[in-house]
Design a protein around this ligand. Structure first.
Ligand code: AMP
Ligand code: MN
Ligand code: MN
Ligand code: MN
Length: 277
């Protein structure tokens, strides 16, 4: 079965509407899809409706921003109830910090001579509660500072670069708690992409499992085979279910299209087994 359990719409920092995401996934042959916008559930109803029309199985999703040690990690929630008050309140609380962070990013970029970045980023975002680094990156590409979004991140937006602003997101315990409280499965997103040591990753996986996290994105985006092998090993070691994720944001920006990732190693238990299908 072709499965993609992590992607974005313009509700957060994707380029397509929720409907366009589902249509594209269906055209790519995806049979089971989850939409996982950052810190927001808003695209799920529209996506589920179109998925139903097109005969694509759909799972409600979200990707929660978490501060862990000195880094940011992401926890995907799959199969969450959209009307869960605890999850809704938690996500609203996380979103409430985005505007002030963006204002500070604008000031930080102004300090190195890049004017109007906050207003510029806001032209690419749907609301100030959802403005993020990808919207700043699109503005900087538009202004000719870099040739593509990835280069903007490298030079301006990752930790240690002039446009980076530290920000407290949810704790790992909060994110897992909100997801499981809403009846969902907590999945650690793109575990191979964090800039942490091997020992720290083991610490993260242990804590995530202890808190109730159940799955790992063994396949994520354009990760290479070596990385997939390492994450598959961690899934076996910790007894995590395995998820399969494009982390698609848009046709020109993402290296991997919806549903076009590598498959899961056959011996792993896929996370969709426990998603009620
Ligand atoms: P934010 O939640 O505002 O910190 O933005 C995080 C988002 O930025 C991620 O979900 C990606 O969409 C994007 N992003 C993070 N790092 C990179 C990178 N190195 N290259 C391209 N996009 C990135
Ligand atoms: Mn994103
Ligand atoms: Mn992510
Ligand atoms: Mn993502």
């Amino acid at each position: 079965m072709k499965v993609d359990l992590h992607c974005h719409s313009c509700v957060s920092d994707g380029l397509l509407s929720p409907s366009e995401v589902v249509r594209r996934a269906a055209a790519n042959g995806v049979e089971l899809l989850a939409l996982t916008d950052h810190d927001h559930l808003g695209g799920n109803v529209e996506a589920a409706g179109i998925a139903d029309e097109l005969g694509v199985q759909f799972v409600n999703g979200v990707e929660i921003s978490v501060s862990w040690m000195d880094t940011t990690v992401h926890v995907v929630g799959l199969g969450v109830a959209l009307d869960d008050a605890g999850l809704q309140a938690g996500l609203a609380y996380i979103r409430s910090g985005r505007d002030s962070r963006a204002l500070r990013m604008g000031e930080a970029l102004a300090n190195i001579g890049i004017r109007g970045a906050y207003e510029g980023a806001m032209r690419f975002a749907q609301s100030s509660a959802l403005v993020g680094r990808a919207h700043f990156a699109r503005f900087l590409v538009e202004q000719g500072y870099c040739r593509d979004v990835g280069t903007v991140f490298q030079h301006y937006l990752i930790r240690g670069k002039p446009g980076f602003v530290d920000h407290p997101w949810a704790t790992l315990a909060e994110a897992v708690g909100w997801i499981t409280g809403a009846g969902g499965v907590a999945v650690l997103a793109h575990p191979g992409r964090y800039r942490i040591s091997g020992a720290e990753l083991i610490g993260l996986l242990s804590e995530f499992r202890r808190l109730g996290g159940r799955a790992l994105e063994v396949v994520s985006g354009a990760d290479d085979e070596e990385l997939r092998r390492r994450m598959a090993h961690h899934a076996r070691e910790f007894g995590f279910l395995a998820s399969c994720a494009s982390d698609f944001h848009g046709p020109e920006e993402s290296l991997v299209d919806l549903g076009r990732m590598a498959g899961l190693p056959a011996d792993l238990d896929p996370v969709w087994k426990c998603l009620g299908r």
